[in-house]
Ligand binder design. Structure first.
Ligand code: SF4
Ligand code: SF4
Length: 439
């Protein structure tokens, strides 16, 4: 795939740690213009091969399984485009998983742009029960706007062919939609297109990228490094960063527009598709309303459980923080459990909570949002504190809008009814009118 912004990473507490692999580094056969990862080629030496060697692969599989004290281990393969490595790489990975599996249940997921998937690939993915994340931004005109191949040609037809192959082979997959400034106005169109194509699991990821500082531009970067993670609560600054002073890339969603995008789709979904189409963004919110632990890092109180291993074996705090300050060690010699427990990674994880501006701490939606990803916290709050999330206006609007339905869904589920019962409620003058709004 992988089409940054990256898919949300699991954050389930029952999973000890999650160490995703980028076995082909940033290499990809597409040239998506919002991809912050492609340009990381420039951070490596000129003749870097960007292929995970068999030794690194063995160390990764062996140490990652050994570090888990849970009966299940989840491997996530992403890129760049991991299918460029060919099927044999993944056959070797599965052999190693069998050899070092210690009787544990091993699951695999693969993030892909789909362009190289064929019958052989899909038969393999089905046989080994991979979960596939397929990057597809919607109908052709929307998808092709930002996802050309290296020659600037359309990739939509290839991705649609991959989608149909995945369906024919019975592979479990979800579609990962990257939401850009242009596509925020087409939420319903994108959602209805995917639904008509038989897609049953969808995840929306907004593009948020600051423009790089001049020093970063000198080395050829088009996207900014994320803000430093302070290990303490921010103090008020006399010179707040105004929205108008922060430059973001042309593909970055407008601050409120992503909320409108989600709301348009939510209103369709809650009336017609609850229980048949799984929109992960809505399921994450429902988990918060049900007071369940967050299942993705974005909406968890803390970061720190979703580390990344590069093709070289280098382990970083998170794939949005693959910079020298966040290099934890190398899988060839380090135990990932120890890296996750290290003081540096613990501080990285805690900073998400500790650096929240007071505005977030007072927010009625903090329980569902937790200030979202620290990568996006480069604004100032209305009262002048740094560390405010760029997407806050979207999230405030979205969470406010879905509150009544989420409260009703919570009641429905608590009464042992299927969540889909809410669609009946929306047909009439309904229970929602008498449902207390608590948030
Ligand atoms: S909605 Fe805004 S104020 Fe509330 S927690 Fe999220 S980012 Fe903070
Ligand atoms: S910085 Fe935290 S919330 Fe953002 S992607 Fe990384 S682990 Fe997830």
């Amino acid at each position: 795939m992988h089409t940054p912004p990256a898919p949300a990473h699991p954050s389930a507490p029952e999973q000890g740690l999650h160490l995703m692999a980028k076995p082909i580094g940033p290499l990809c056969n597409l040239d998506c213009d919002y991809c912050f990862y492609l340009e990381k080629e420039q951070l490596y030496p000129p003749r870097e091969k960007f292929r995970m060697t068999d030794d690194v692969l063995r160390a990764y599989v062996q140490r990652y399984i050994a570090a888990q004290d849970t009966p299940e281990v989840e491997f996530t393969w992403q890129g760049g485009e991991p299918t460029l490595l060919g099927l044999d790489f993944f056959r070797r990975a599965l052999d190693l998983q069998r050899r070092y599996g210690q009787g544990k249940t091993i699951r695999n997921s693969l993030q892909t742009n789909g362009t190289l998937l064929d019958d052989d690939w899909c038969a393999f993915l089905a046989r080994h029960q991979f979960t596939v994340g397929l990057s597809l931004d919607g109908p052709r005109a929307i998808h092709d706007q930002h996802r050309p191949d290296k020659q600037g040609r359309s990739s939509h037809e290839q991705v649609m062919r991959a989608l149909r192959l995945l369906q024919q082979h019975g592979v479990q997959f979800n579609v990962l939609v990257t939401v850009t400034r242009d596509s925020t106005a087409h939420g319903l169109e994108i959602y209805r297109f995917l639904r008509a194509e038989g897609v049953r699991h969808i995840q929306f990821n907004p593009v948020v990228e600051r423009m790089p500082a001049p020093r970063e531009q000198v080395i050829g970067l088009h996207f900014a490094t994320p803000p430093k993670l302070a290990a303490r609560a921010p103090v008020a600054t006399p010179s707040p960063v105004l929205a108008s002073e922060v430059a973001v890339t042309a593909q970055t969603v407008a601050r409120e527009a992503y909320g409108d995008f989600l709301i348009a789709i939510f209103d369709e979904w809650v009336r017609h598709d609850v229980g048949t189409v799984h929109v992960m963004n809505f399921e994450w919110a429902l988990a918060s309303w049900l007071q369940l632990p967050a299942t993705v890092c974005l909406f968890a109180p803390r970061c720190g459980k979703a580390m990344i291993v590069e093709h070289s074996g280098d382990v970083y705090s998170c794939d949005h923080y693959m910079y020298p300050d966040y290099l934890l060690g190398n899988i060839a010699q380090d135990d990932p459990g120890a890296l996750a427990a290290s003081a540096r990674q613990q501080a990285f994880g805690a900073a998400k909570e500790e650096a929240l501006p007071d505005y977030c701490r007072r927010c009625p939606y903090l329980f569902a949002c937790h200030g979202e990803c620290p990568k996006n916290r480069f604004m100032a709050s209305p009262d002048g504190q740094p560390g405010m999330n760029y997407l806050c206006p979207s999230y405030e609007k979205y969470f406010r809008h879905i509150t009544r339905a989420m409260n009703a869904l919570g009641q429905i589920v608590a009464n042992g009814m299927p969540a889909s019962a809410i669609m009946e409620a929306y047909k009439g003058p309904l229970i929602l009118k008498t449902t207390a709004v608590t948030k």
